[in-house]
Each structure stands twice: as C-alpha cells, then as structure tokens.
Design a protein around this ligand. Structure first.
Ligand SMILES: NC(=O)c1ccc[n+]([C@@H]2O[C@H](COP(=O)([O-])OP(=O)(O)OC[C@H]3O[C@@H](n4cnc5c(N)ncnc54)[C@H](O)[C@@H]3O)[C@@H](O)[C@H]2O)c1
Length: 253
C-alpha cells in the first residue's frame, strides 16, 4: 500500500516547477490531488485528464478566488489530508527603487496567499472521519533565513515575504495542533525550475551556487517534493512547526 492511498491533497502553483513535482510525487504515492494554479492552460497540459487530478483555477492572492477553489475541491473530495502552499513569485530590485505596489504584490502571493488558502481549506482539513493527522506544508525558502541574492539582484521583498511565511507556519502550527493538523515548512535552496531558469543560464551564477553547496549540485524539483512528502506523511506525525531545509547543505555555512 502506498503511503498516500486514500488520501486527498491540494497543491497550489501545481502547474510548474516545484508545485508540479510535489503534485506528481503525491500522485505517485497514491493520493488524489487538487492541482490549483492561476494558469489553467498549463494545468491541462501537465495533468491532462488524469482521473486522480482535479484541476482548479485559483489565484492564491485573491480571497474570492481561493474560497471558490476550495468550494470546487469540496464538491469532489470529502476532506483534505494534505495542503501544500507552494505558489510563489520572485521580483528583483534595490531597496531604493522598490515600489510599494511591487512589495505588496510579492507579499500578496507569498505570505497572504498561504493565509487565505489555508483559511479557505480549514473546514476540509478539520476532519473527524480519520484518525491520522492532516498536514499543511508551506514552501518557504532558505531566503527566509539568510540573504544570498544568489542571482546578483537584491530581493528584499522576497526575503521578507518568505520570513513572514516562516512565522505564519510556526504560529499556525500551535493554533491548529488541537485539530490534529500539523503545519511545517520546506525551505528549498536553489532549485532548477522556470523560476530560476534565466539565472542558471549564467555561468557565474552556477559557479557561485555550486561553490557554496556542500553536496555540489543544483537542486531538482523532485528533491523538494521528497521533503514535502515526508512532512505530509504519517512518518512525520510528531513533527510540527518545523522547517526542513532542502538545500544541499547551503545553510550550514
Ligand atoms: N526555484 C527555486 O530555486 C526556489 C527556491 C526556494 C523557494 N522556492 C519556492 O518554490 C515555490 C515554487 O517555485 P518554482 O520555482 O516552482 O516557480 P515556478 O515559477 O516554476 O512555478 C510557480 C507556479 O505558481 C503559479 N502561481 C504564481 N502566482 C500564483 C498565484 N497568485 N496563484 C496561484 N498560482 C500562482 C504559477 O502559475 C506557476 O505555475 C515558490 O513559493 C518559490 O518561492 C523556489
């Protein structure tokens, strides 16, 4: 029996990169997955008519859209055992030139989005039908803990938004524990996805990254997905409020 047989999961930003790999890992391990994304064409391209996938349009930064998405999930799934808040954006710019609207945009997706989506999903997560704990996994970043400006551009709003998500994870883990819902984070280092594709084309960026990564390679979305699957599974049933670094050892230095 696979570890997510009979389990129901939702993954935001599931059409690309880490979110796609997370959804595919949960599917491979037996879950039925609601794949949520802004980009519904990409969802269709990726998951087609897989009977174990429910493609749902969702803008995590928008309360109405997120509530409508969870309403659609509740029509097909009896509950949620796993929610992965993965959708995120990055923007670059120096402190002096950063506009308030760009700051707000990054926070809306990376920090407020997981709050909105988790709140919209809370009824589905609060199940009394099952004895296993349910799990929320938030995708933060090593940049919630350290500042690397790895692509050569400052990104203080990204750093701050991921720091906020880290503390949301910790605070929510306490509030949801009595309901049997665990809340943890995976903090990826540099992962090869469309998010980082442009930077990774530059030799100096690859060298900078590899010189500081003890395990000596760039991360793959599957590395992130494996970490998420552990935290979402019963093997992590006494783990909450914590962060799993999936970074090849970057943050050790
Ligand atoms: N790639 C990395 O090196 C890296 C490192 C650390 C953390 N992360 C985090 O991993 C997560 C995924 O990043 P990725 O590299 O896979 O990016 P990606 O750009 O490949 O994929 C992001 C997905 O999120 C979707 N999305 C964007 N805004 C959305 C919104 N408002 N509502 C719903 N969906 C939305 C996009 O359509 C896309 O499908 C992000 O939270 C990112 O901060 C990535």
């Amino acid at each position: 029996m696979a570890r997510f047989d009979g389990r129901f999961a939702a993954v935001t930003g599931a059409a690309s990169g880490n979110g796609r790999a997370i959804a595919e890992k949960l599917l491979a391990d037996g879950a039925k997955v609601a794949a949520l994304d802004l980009n519904t064409d990409a969802l269709t391209n990726v998951f087609g008519d897989n009977p174990n996938v429910l493609n749902v349009e969702c803008n995590v930064a928008d309360e109405h859209s997120s509530r409508a998405a969870m309403e659609a999930v509740s029509k097909e799934f009896p509950r949620l055992d796993v929610l992965v808040n993965n959708a995120g954006i990055v923007k670059f710019g120096t402190f002096e030139e950063l506009s308030v609207s760009e700051w707000d945009q990054v926070f809306a997706v990376n920090s407020t989005g997981p709050f909105i989506v988790t709140q919209a999903a809370s009824k589905l997560l609060r199940s009394e039908e099952v004895s296993h704990t349910r799990a929320v996994v938030n995708i933060t970043s090593v940049e919630a803990h350290i500042v690397i400006s790895s692509s050569g551009h400052p990104q203080i709003h990204y750093n701050a938004s991921k720091g906020a998500l880290l503390q949301l994870t910790r605070a929510l883990s306490v509030e949801l524990a009595p309901a049997g819902i665990r809340v943890n984070a995976v903090a990826p280092g540099y992962i090869r996805t469309p998010f980082t594709a442009e930077a990774l084309e530059r030799e100096e960026v690859r060298k900078f990254l590899l010189d500081r990564t003890p395990l000596g390679r760039i991360g793959e979305p599957e590395d992130v997905a494996n970490g998420v699957a552990f935290l979402a599974s019963d093997e992590a049933s006494w783990v909450t409020g914590s962060t799993l670094f999936v970074d090849g050892g970057w943050t050790v230095y």
